[in-house]
Design a protein. Structure first.
Ligand SMILES: *Cc1c(COP(=O)(O)O)cnc(C)c1O
Ligand SMILES: [Zn+2]
Length: 413
């Protein structure tokens, strides 16, 4: 069962029923799910969660959909990997990688889509739709196929080949739009009112979708023995994940699952080629001015981020920062993580690691902090970014002599 009481406007606090609504009629503010935390506190314990499934649905009490019949491909409960070799390289102490590359379609978007489509089915929707920068397309395609829902996925025309294939393969409708993500998103906002029987996961059911990101915080805390980290580094596209990671830690405390009140610094990571939230943070404002994206980190390329102002607020309020890194640093970040920890991340993961590198060098992330970096997508999705510089060490004839020569070059003697 779900403990959601309804929706509430983030700006004017007006209340709405838990239906397919996403903006306030009065002030156009975004709507957010509201829970009865007392009842949740009375019904969940660390033990009841531990006895749950090894997916995001172990936290069903804190999600806005009924966990008894979830649209579930196994999203979540991903490894939290201790990263001592990377930490040593960066001069840090306790560093962990939340490895969300291993989700069913290779990104953290499986979390949000599992929640969104579960709620969509509860609300009676038969068609799943979305505007996507790529990973959401993959997750909606797969989860809609699994649930037997029809799907319409809208993407910018210039996505990475892997992300297009990994959407089309599930048999839904994939519509490539001549424009960037912000054009695609505007089209979907218009379509959502034309097609009220379609569940656009990040438009008309966005308040439910967004809640799925809280499970990253829930898992990190549970995996640390119901403790919170001191600092987390979160990549920013719309800013939703960052705000919900913040909310997730607070909620665990509200329902009595943590010993201590969490003091988690939340820092954000963007690519310089699409860094409207980092710019607002640095300018000391919460007015996020839209930009035209130009970066290899396409999954984060949202020029007009809906939750940007709330991300700035969460970073400021918790003592975090929001930093932006160049595409060159993104490629180096992907390689650094792969070389030190054996984890291959997509460009968004490169953004997170490159930001971690910058913050470590600047002393903003420090040695005595317990740090978690969110690695949100798999490297095979954006192979274009590293293919030119990831080649065989050598190509040889199939003879011992040929190999001996190469080995001599590699190792010397
Ligand atoms: C979508 C996405 C994010 C963050 O998205 P938000 O819109 O900020 O919640 C992070 N990493 C990857 C790989 C993504 O696809
Ligand atoms: Zn309002």
């Amino acid at each position: 069962m779900s403990f959601v009481e309804g929706l509430r406007c983030r700006e004017c606090a007006r209340a709405y029923p838990a239906e397919a609504l996403h903006v306030c009629d009065f002030c156009f503010g975004p709507l957010e799910a509201v829970y009865d935390y007392e009842r949740i506190a009375a019904s969940v314990t660390r033990e009841s969660i531990a006895a749950g499934p090894h997916t995001i649905w172990r936290y069903a009490a804190l999600l806005p959909a009924d966990g008894r019949a979830p649209v579930d491909l196994g999203a979540g409960f991903t490894p939290l990997v201790r990263a001592d070799r990377l930490a040593a390289e960066l001069g840090l102490g306790e560093l962990w990688i939340k490895n969300d590359t291993v989700n069913p379609t290779g990104s953290f978007k499986d979390r949000v889509v599992s929640v969104a489509l579960t709620k969509a089915q509860e609300l009676g929707f038969k068609v799943a739709a979305c505007a996507s920068t790529g990973n959401l397309a993959n997750a909606v395609g797969a989860h809609a196929a699994h649930a037997g829902m029809k799907s319409f996925v809208f993407i910018p025309h210039d996505l990475e080949a892997g992300k297009v294939v990994m959407t089309a393969i599930y048999g839904g409708n994939v519509i490539a739009v001549n424009g960037n993500y912000d054009d695609v998103n505007r089209l979907c906002a218009e379509l959502a009112s034309e097609q009220p029987t379609w569940a656009f996961v990040n438009v008309n059911v966005r308040p439910y979708y967004a809640e799925g990101s809280k499970t990253l915080a829930f898992e990190v805390a549970e995996q640390l023995g119901w403790q919170t980290p001191d600092h987390v580094i979160v990549p920013i596209a719309s800013g939703s994940q960052l705000t919900k990671v913040h909310k997730g830690f607070q909620e665990l405390h509200k329902v009595g699952l943590l010993d201590d009140e969490p003091h988690v610094r939340i820092s954000g990571a963007q690519a310089i080629g699409c860094s409207p939230v980092a710019t607002a943070f640095k300018e000391g404002t919460d007015v996020v001015r839209p930009v035209k994206p130009d970066t290899i980190a396409k999954s984060l390329a949202i020029g007009n981020p809906a939750d940007g102002p709330y991300a700035v607020e969460a970073a400021r309020q918790t003592g975090g920062v929001i930093e932006a890194v160049s595409d060159g640093e993104v490629v180096e970040g992907i390689k650094l993580l792969a070389r030190t920890e054996g984890i291959f991340a997509e460009t968004a993961g490169g953004v997170t690691i490159a930001t971690l590198v910058r913050l470590a060098n600047a002393g903003i992330v420090h040695r005595d902090e317990r740090v978690v970096a969110m690695i949100t997508g798999h490297g095979l999705k954006t192979i274009e970014a590293v293919a030119p510089t990831s080649k065989p060490t050598a190509t040889i004839a199939p003879t011992l002599d040929a190999f001996a020569e190469v080995l001599f070059q590699i190792e010397g003697n």
